[in-house]
Design a protein around this ligand. Structure first.
Ligand code: 3HC
Ligand code: NAI
Length: 702
């Protein structure tokens, strides 16, 4: 038995079987200490005269979930995984891996290098490195195609998807699904069988790669180049698998290593790993530690329009009962039909069975017109028109009839939730739950916390998000909270560029090439141009700042009935049955007329300047939001933009992007732009302070 109490790896021999156990909670990542422990254990096994076979298994919830991602970006200490795995494969005595939980990345690569693999029934395997901006760099791209064929390897490695035990067995990735009671019995029984049957070693690297057809790599390349929007890792994955099909294992591993190093050095790897960690950090708030949320089993929703129906669907799909209140019977029936339609679409996509849909519609959903039906609900989410008077009226009614302890939430996009809370006798129970449209699809939930809200009400917002499989971000109250307030700024930066000479189409093209799911004008067409029109009207009515640059070309589009996709034309013209639109020539005419009227001589914008201005405006407002405490940490801003605004995940979010660029260069851009528009481009004090002390946004996440 290995006696080092500090090592996460232990070694013992039972008769002629060596049992190597790893215990590195929570997910048995292959950290430096684990690699050192494994090297010792396999040395011992190699030298042992008694041990004829080794069984390797991991304690706790999973087999190795991969390399230790926390070590990335720093020099990685030896022993390195690729060499270690090749050494295990080359042993003269067989090694058996026992897979349970999620054998991912380096974890699966480890197993592929051992000679036999058995899986527990619930085990999943996968090579998810692509989502971290890298590729499987410890032999996965060379050994998986040898075991499962090129097509399967390309599918698994470029998608990163988790594959269940049955599929893994069918693909030849594992040799057996064990029906033993526990992993140790499974491993020991299997090892005994291998010894009894004298099966010995079986090296994956000795196999030839099957399933290589003409043009398969080019096909995958062209299929993925469109989908991945500039992300490097999927295409590098294809190259690595191509190498497996063309080279002997030793050279293939070398090529895999070169491609791996290129990706490790890329900023995309930094951005994607940042995204991985902040997704797990965003819900960890000191104020919520140890605070128990209130129940969310029965929720009332007020208003069954675009948002109310979507929120109801999201809740119903997660087992929450819904009582939805509308203004009249017709509206209640319409809401019921919309929700039934969304649920039918879920059945079509295989997310819900037809029986479950019927059960929900018969029992869990109740669309009514009488507010008294809400007297016993755990929580209410209000989604009526965006109008303060209407919302106040609704909250006064809720205050009068909801049971004590019910959480009263509003889905307002912009309104002051403190003002809404003040009409109730229980402001501690009032909170903003800002869902995004379509609410049953979009991942983001801004949990907007007014001054008097109780911690357990905030915890309830986070718990509901988790239940709905959404990502919750804590936001403070201000006009637009985190996301929409930042959006307003970068949209304005784009609008200014259009006034000054760029076309909306150039801007959309540049930003989609940068990695955004859509450009701002495509988004405007999708959301409906009437929304921006209403905002401009509101701002004019409130009295705009003298330095704000107003424009009316987009109003004119609306005045002629063009609201974007829903009317068939906006910035783009949409033909029925075709995906996407073509630039609407009327837009350029309207813009040119407005420039002439305002005496603006249009100038050219390079693609690089468009990005500098768009990102500059975004980063600057993000910094203000953090400084004001609307977002507690830069990572909250990053998560908001990633989960709700189509920000390219491989840039990590605006604040991570700024850190990667260097805050000094962002500040220099802001100062340059401020020379012609000092009001709009005034650099955030926080950026100035961080640059002065040589710090970055990341320092505020710690
Ligand atoms: N390295 C370091 N830490 C890791 C980790 C890893 N590979 N995987 C998970 N963790 C950490 C998480 O950050 C989290 O830490 P926290 O508690 O401090 O927030 C903790 O482990 C638990 O993780 P989750 O909250 O995600 O737990 P779940 O049970 O929901 O999910 C999981 C478990 C499915 C294993 C999920 O964590 C996961 O997908 N992990 C990443 C798997 C992965 O990408 N592996 C490939 C790594 S790269 C590689 O192997 C390179 C190789 O090819 C050379
Ligand atoms: P909508 O106009 O589609 O739906 C509002 C619904 O509320 C209508 O069906 C209406 O009949 C009902 N209603 C109005 N007054 C009511 C009352 N007193 N009692 C019961 N029902 C009443 O509006 P939408 O888009 O769903 O927006 C609702 C709220 O969600 C607004 O506050 C909006 O700002 C916010 N929001 C909207 C988003 C969007 O993309 N549409 C995104 C995020 C938030």
């Amino acid at each position: 038995m290995n006696t080092s109490p500090l090592s996460p790896v232990s070694y013992e021999t039972r008769d002629d079987i060596a049992l190597i156990r790893v215990n590195n909670p929570p997910v048995n990542a292959l950290s430096h200490a684990v690699r050192v422990g494994l090297a010792d254990a396999f040395d011992q096994f190699d030298k042992s005269a008694d041990a004829k076979i080794a069984v390797i298994l991991c304690e706790g919830r999973t087999f190795f979930a991969g390399a230790d991602i926390k070590e990335f970006g720093k020099p990685i200490a030896e022993p390195w995984l690729p060499e270690q795995f090749s050494r295990i494969e080359a042993l003269d005595k067989p090694v058996v891996s026992v897979l349970h939980g999620t054998a991912l990345g380096g974890g699966l690569e480890f197993a592929l290098a051992t000679h036999w693999r058995i899986a527990m029934p619930g085990a999943k395997v996968g090579l998810p490195e692509v989502h971290l901006g890298i590729l499987p760099g410890a032999g996965g791209t060379q050994r998986l195609p040898r075991l499962a064929g090129v097509e399967k390897a390309l599918d698994m490695i470029t998608s990163g998807r988790h594959v269940g035990a049955a599929e893994a067995l069918e693909a030849g990735i594992v040799d057996e699904i064990s029906d033993a009671a526990d992993i140790e019995t499974a491993g020991m029984d299997f090892a005994r069988k291998i010894l009894d049957q004298n099966k010995g070693v079986r090296r994956t690297g000795d196999l030839t790669v099957a399933g290589v057809s003409d043009g398969i790599f080019d096909e995958w390349r062209s299929k993925l180049s469109r989908k991945t929007r500039g992300q490097l890792s999927p295409l590098h994955c294809i190259e690595a698998v191509r190498a497996a099909s063309e080279l002997p294992i030793i050279e293939g591993l070398k090529r895999e290593g070169e491609l791996f190093k290129e990706l490790m050095a890329s900023s995309q790897r930094e951005g994607l790993i940042h995204a991985f960690f902040i997704e797990r950090q965003v819900g960890k708030l000191p104020e919520l530690a140890g605070v128990a949320p209130r129940p969310t089993d029965h929720i009332g929703i007020i208003g069954g329009g675009t948002m109310g129906a979507g929120i109801a669907t999201a809740c119903l799909l997660s087992g929450v009962s819904i009582t939805l209140v509308e203004r009249d019977e017709a509206a209640a029936d319409k809401a019921q039909d919309t929700i039934a339609g969304y649920l039918a679409a879920s059945v079509k996509r295989g997310k819900l069975t037809a029986e479950k849909r019927s059960a929900i519609l018969d029992g869990a959903l109740n669309c009514v017109t009488d507010y008294s039906a809400l007297s016993d609900v755990d929580m209410v989410i209000e989604a009526v028109f965006e109008n303060m008077e209407v919302k106040k009226e609704v909250f006064a009614k809720l205050d009068a009839l909801c049971k004590p302890g019910a959480v009263l939430a509003t889905n307002t996009s912009y309104l002051d939730i403190n003002e809404i809370a003040a009409v109730t006798s229980r402001p501690a129970d009032v909170i903003g739950l800002h869902f995004f449209s379509p609410a049953h699809v979009m991942k983001l939930l801004e949990v907007v916390v007014p001054d008097a809200t109780a911690p357990e009400v905030v915890a309830t917002g986070f718990a509901l998000a988790k239940r709905l499989r959404k990502i919750a971000v804590r936001a403070g109250v201000c006009d637009g909270f985190i996301g929409n307030r930042i959006l307003a700024k970068y949209r304005t930066a784009a609008d200014h560029m259009v006034l000054d000479g760029a076309s909306p189409f150039q801007i959309d093209k540049v930003l989609t090439a940068f990695g955004f799911a859509m450009g701002p004008y495509e988004v405007a067409d999708l959301a409906g141009l009437d929304i921006g029109w209403a905002t401009r009207k509101r701002k004019r009515a409130e009295g705009m700042h003298p330095s704000a640059r107003d424009f009316t070309y987009a109003d004119k589009l609306c005045e002629s009935g063009h609201f974007g996709q829903k009317t068939g034309a906006g910035y783009y013209v949409y033909e029925k049955g075709k995906r996407g639109g073509t630039p609407n020539p009327q837009v350029l005419e309207l813009i040119e007329a407005e420039r002439a009227e305002k005496g603006i001589t249009p100038r050219d914008f390079t693609d690089a300047e468009i990005i500098r201005r768009y990102m500059g405006a975004m980063v600057n407002e993000s910094a203000n939001i953090v400084a004001e405490g609307i977002a507690r940490r830069p990572l909250d801003v990053d998560m908001t933009l990633l989960a709700g605004y189509g920000f390219p995940r491989y840039h990590g979010g605006p604040m991570k992007y700024a850190d990667i660029q260097g805050l000094a260069s962002i500040l220099a851009d802001l100062e340059e732009f401020a020379q012609t528009d000092a009001w709009f481009w005034e650099p955030a004090q926080l950026i100035k302070d961080l640059v002065a002390r040589g710090d970055d946004f990341a320092s505020l996440n710690r």
